[in-house]
Design a protein around this ligand. Structure first.
Ligand SMILES: Cc1ncc(C[n+]2csc(CCOP(=O)(O)OP(=O)(O)O)c2C)c(N)n1
Ligand SMILES: [Mg+2]
Length: 522
């Protein structure tokens, strides 16, 4: 029975317009093309040259705009290519409506070319919901539901498989609905946390990415100042949630049990806001948190509340949860914690990644955004490239490479007035290097800074830690990043002399379009 006053395509586009999703990220094939018949002028299609790049760009865009991004992939193989960054989007809690073309319904029985037998199973478990609507006319309503699920906390990607012959079919329009997306924390538990915080002798606050996601930057500053409590950053936090030049900034926790305990020993109350405290990269023994400390955690993710090894967890929207703490009783009088010791200034002899980061910090324009994927340079970043303004730092929370370079492009698309500086390791860049082409085509003002050490330094570090005599697959000689950039339409500069670094960085930071600076570090 085919009836209706519009087409599946027009009903879907009308919904996307209402949801503010007029930027589509994709790489098309025969099973998707019919979606774009009479493609309206108020939509833009952002082409990525491989699906992992498509997904990474959409992730950066969704995070920067705080709205779900629409992704269109080519059949099962497109989903396969995108899977790594889909996993990362899931861990980042990034809202994405991911669609993929499916073969036409009328020939599915005959296993046609490009047909995905279990299309909806393929992206699991790294999607919050996955569907191939039972009828063509259900596609717009499925996309509406997908959007609401993606935007519900904890946010994340969802998947809709759309058969190629569905777009031209008739259906009824779908009216968008208002669906709430904040969860108020348990008032009694928040009051208990506020009372414990006020009574603590020496409290410490630990912040994670949820603070940035829920725009609670100002509230965290107010809470820290009210309680004279130092603020540490949770291990591998993928967003910035506190000014790293603030007098109360304490430092960065490493993803290891004993170092978390060591850094937090002496505090009698640990309050984690917006992220897990106990994120580990290696095994450990002993307690997860100092045995004498009372632990409270406010999180936007019920799963994290469930697996936290110690303490009281309260699932809440961060801004309102922290506001409830701010309304709590007056704290006891406390002495101000000691200020952090600044890192010594470096001269550039030798030219290390630390020196490069120091010079980026000195020369970067105000308001510029750092997108990082340079594993062994992350710790030096803490000392040499402090993040001091809200919403100016993005990285991935999964540990999977190939996210940063395309995510920088998505962030630049979402924040068109701001300079984006992508600090990317030489190894990391090659997981998604084709993304440069999209930056060039769209003339985005991104500075790609390649930290070139000719190796996978992070793995060499781990090899030492694990006591390996010999490492396989950890060196990267003879890659010419300037040539690769030029080949994708991005002007580039090679720097191996510290005396020439500042001029190269300045020119890149002032450029209106994308540029790449390849910096040889020791
Ligand atoms: C998809 C993926 N493959 C492999 C790894 C393992 N890995 C972790 S760090 C790293 C090296 C990254 O190299 P580079 O970007 O040059 O940074 P460096 O270690 O030199 O700082 C690799 C391969 C990973 N994290 N993700
Ligand atoms: Mg490297």
């Amino acid at each position: 029975m085919t009836q209706g006053s519009t087409t599946v395509r027009d009903a879907t586009l009308a919904l996307l317009r209402e949801f503010g999703m007029t930027t589509l990220f994709g790489n098309p094939g025969s099973t998707e093309l019919t979606m774009f018949r009479n493609f309206p002028d108020d939509f833009r299609y952002v082409l990525g040259l491989q699906e992992s790049v498509v997904l990474g760009m959409a992730d950066g865009y969704a995070q920067a705009t705080r709205n779900a991004a629409f992704v269109n992939l080519h059949s099962a193989v497109g989903v396969g290519h995108a899977a790594g960054n889909l996993f990362t989007a899931f861990r980042n809690q990034t809202p994405l409506v991911v669609t993929a073309g499916q073969q036409a319904r009328s020939i599915m029985l005959y296993e046609p070319f490009l047909y995905a037998d279990q299309a909806t199973e393929f992206p699991k478990p790294y999607v919050k919901w996955s569907v191939e609507p039972a009828r063509a006319e259900d596609v717009p309503a499925a996309i509406a539901r997908a959007y609401y699920v993606a935007m519900e906390p904890p946010q994340g990607p969802v998947f809709v498989s759309v058969p190629a012959d569905d777009w031209d079919r008739l259906c009824d329009p779908v009216t968008p609905r208002r669906v709430s997306r904040t969860v108020a924390g348990d008032a009694e538990m928040l009051a208990d946390a506020a009372a414990a915080l006020a009574a603590a002798r020496r409290p410490v606050i630990v912040v994670g990415a949820g603070v940035a996601r829920d725009q609670a930057w100002d509230e965290v500053i107010a809470l820290a100042e009210r309680h004279n409590a130092p603020v540490w950053v949770a291990p591998f936090s993928a967003r910035n949630s506190f000014p790293e030049n603030h007098r109360l900034f304490g430092g960065f926790l490493a993803a290891s049990r004993d170092s978390i305990v060591k850094n937090l020993t002496g505090f009698d109350l640990i309050l984690t806001l917006g992220g897990p405290l106990s994120t580990y990269h290696i095994e450990g023994v002993g307690p997860h948190t100092p045995p004498d400390a009372e632990v409270f955690q406010l999180v936007d993710n019920p799963t994290q509340a469930a697996w936290a090894p110690t303490g009281t967890s309260i699932v809440t929207h961060m801004k309102s949860g922290i506001q409830a703490l701010l309304n709590g009783p007056q704290p006891v009088t406390r002495v101000a914690p000691a200020a952090r010791v600044p890192a010594p200034r470096l001269t550039g002899q030798p030219m290390t990644d630390r020196y490069l980061l120091q010079q980026i910090a000195a020369l970067r324009p105000a308001g510029s955004i750092i997108v990082e994927e340079a594993p062994s340079s992350r710790v030096p970043m803490h000392d040499y490239l402090p993040i001091t303004e809200k919403d100016t730092f993005y990285t991935c929370s999964s540990g999977g490479l190939g996210h940063g370079l395309p995510a920088a492009i998505g962030v630049a698309l979402g924040r068109p007035k701001d300079k984006v500086i992508a600090v990317i390791g030489d190894g990391s860049s090659l997981f998604a290097i084709q993304a440069l082409w999209t930056a060039a085509q769209m003339k985005l003002p991104i500075s790609f800074v390649i930290v070139k050490n000719n190796r996978y330094e992070a793995l060499i570090h781990f090899g030492r830690l694990f006591g390996l005599q010999q490492l396989q697959g950890a060196t990267l000689p003879e890659v010419d990043f300037c040539a690769i950039a030029r080949g994708h339409g991005v002007p580039s500069t090679y720097v191996d002399d510290p005396a020439k670094l500042d001029a190269a960085l300045k020119a890149s930071f002032e450029a209106d379009g994308p540029t790449l600076v390849e910096v040889l570090v020791d």
